[in-house]
Design a protein around this ligand. Structure first.
Ligand code: 13P
Ligand code: SF4
Length: 324
């Protein structure tokens, strides 16, 4: 066993040793495990992963997987989604505390009362929600396909969109549909400062601003491109601009820098109280290489779901997956 782990303080070291990385590879082989990682994970975890992607691509990768164990390097709702789609497989999350402010903004009992108060509405829930909320929804969406999902609903049907009010308002503007929005936000994307952003844009007049749709409307109004993490990554490769200001969690910059090393990529500035100056998701950053190793070694922490909740959540998720 690796000395870092034998020392008994998993998660303390920031510099994974070669042995630790080798041990993870060995455990993956022994346990027939794969590692799925979101773009907001630290570069060392992304390097370990068999697949790195946005929420939709990760759900699709989990669905395709034939591994016995799926280790999800992301946040709780993402690992839960993998479990909803793979009830017979073991799904591990390196730190069960890795939550999401959007998912937390929609407690199941409050959400139940909300949808019961609007029984004539189709319920569209952003994938950033709990399995219980998914189970109460008609269809799920991600930032990649939210417009497509809403457009798939007959024009005469009323729609609830939850839990992200900024993504919901963006989808409303694009589709022209009147959505009843749940009042949730991502605490990371609302931290991006429009005032600082405007100063930065003034200093880089040729830069293109690209933004995740969880950003507030005043930021999206300035953006040259709005899209999911995958879409932002694809845009910096396709667009001829040399400089991009990136309004989302700073983890995405790792893959962007690998993809376009010759281009200048500037993280959008956060409000003054954020000491790192760019936006970091504290939940995504709870995962470490040491916790990945520990989870694979012990087969824990594992995602466990109530089967009735899982079955209902799977129906809503599969409706989305059929749309692509
Ligand atoms: P993506 O699906 O665009 O990767 O977004 C996930 C997320 O949590 C954004 O904050
Ligand atoms: Fe949730 Fe925001 Fe973190 Fe994404 S960045 S996982 S929406 S808290």
């Amino acid at each position: 066993m690796n000395a870092l782990i034998q020392g008994g303080v998993p998660g303390v070291s920031q510099e994974p040793s070669f042995n630790l990385l080798d041990d993870i590879e060995r455990l993956k082989r022994e346990k027939n495990a794969i590692i799925l990682a979101h773009y907001y994970q630290t570069p060392d975890i992304q390097a370990l992963a068999d697949f790195v992607g946005d929420s939709l691509a990760l759900a699709q990768a989990a669905d395709r997987s034939t591994a016995d164990v799926i280790l999800f390097a992301g946040v709780h709702f993402m690992a839960e989604t993998a479990k909803i789609l793979n009830p017979k497989r073991t799904v591990l999350l390196p730190d069960l505390e890795a939550g999401c402010s959007l998912a937390d903004s929609a407690p199941p009992e409050k959400f139940k009362a909300f949808i019961e108060a609007h029984p004539d509405h189709v319920v569209v829930s952003y994938i950033n929600c709990s399995a219980e909320v998914k189970a109460m929804s008609d269809i799920i969406c991600t930032s990649s396909n939210a417009v497509r999902v809403v457009n798939s609903i007959p024009a005469d049907r009323k729609i609830i969109f939850a839990p992200d009010k900024h993504l919901g308002a963006y989808v409303q503007r694009v589709t022209g549909r009147d959505l009843l929005l749940w009042d949730g936000v991502c605490e990371v994307h609302v931290e991006i400062s429009i005032d600082k952003l405007k100063i930065l844009l003034g200093k880089h007049p040729d830069a293109k601003l690209i933004a995740h749709p969880e950003c507030p409307p005043e930021i999206l109004a300035e953006a040259d491109h709005v899209g999911s993490t995958s879409s932002l990554l694809e845009f910096v490769q396709r667009d001829p601009a040399r400089t991009f200001i990136v309004a989302t969690e700073a983890g995405i910059l790792h893959k962007m820098r690998e993809a376009v090393p010759h281009k200048e990529l500037i993280p959008a500035p956060a409000h003054a109280n954020n000491t790192c100056a760019c936006s970091e998701c504290p939940y995504m950053k709870m995962n470490t290489v040491e916790k990945v190793y520990s989870a694979l070694l012990h087969g824990s922490p594992e995602i466990v779901l109530d089967e009735q909740v899982r079955e209902r959540a799977e129906i809503a998720l599969r409706r989305m997956m059929q749309l692509g």
